[in-house]
Design a protein around this ligand. Structure first.
Ligand code: DUR
Ligand code: ZN
Length: 133
């Protein structure tokens, strides 16, 4: 599974997006070290803030199946530039991703940019900050 195939899985996941309010469909696909791929799409709600982004749906599906080691994540939307994940998703990624986890952000035009969570969320709040000494 290369990153082109993972982006394709994210494009497929995007077709299931539930976006009656924004019409902004997002797809995600995450590859774990065991070789499994979990898809995610954004799921909106009439109570707007209850919405969950595609990235978090994919990550939480994997975590809930006992997967904790993430190799690559692909995210895609119909944007001008490769879609930048929101702040909440970046914080969730920082909890579970290592410095080696590749994040492929993409758009439907085929533009792909590969980044790490350290690039997306530098100086992040982490479990280390909960420890006093
Ligand atoms: O990286 C992103 C950015 C936005 N959204 C969703 C949230 C909402 O449903 C819609 C518009 O913000 O797109 C995602 O799923 N991922
Ligand atoms: Zn998000």
């Amino acid at each position: 599974m290369d990153h082109v195939q993972l982006v394709q899985k994210a494009v497929e996941a995007r077709n299931d997006a539930y976006v009656p309010y924004s019409q902004f469909a997002v797809g995600a696909a995450i590859l774990t070290s065991s070789g499994k791929v979990y898809r995610g799409c954004n799921i909106e709600n009439a109570a707007y803030p209850v919405t969950c982004c595609a990235e978090r749906v994919a990550i939480f599906k994997a975590i809930s199946e006992g997967e904790t080691d993430f190799k690559e994540l692909a995210v895609v939307a119909d944007t001008e530039r490769p879609v930048p994940p929101c702040g909440s998703c970046r914080q969730v990624m920082s909890e579970f991703f290592s410095r080696d986890t590749r994040i492929h952000i993409a758009n439907l035009k085929g533009d792909v940019r590969t980044v790490t969570i350290e690039e997306l969320l530098p100086f992040s709040f982490s479990s280390q900050d909960l420890i006093k000494e």
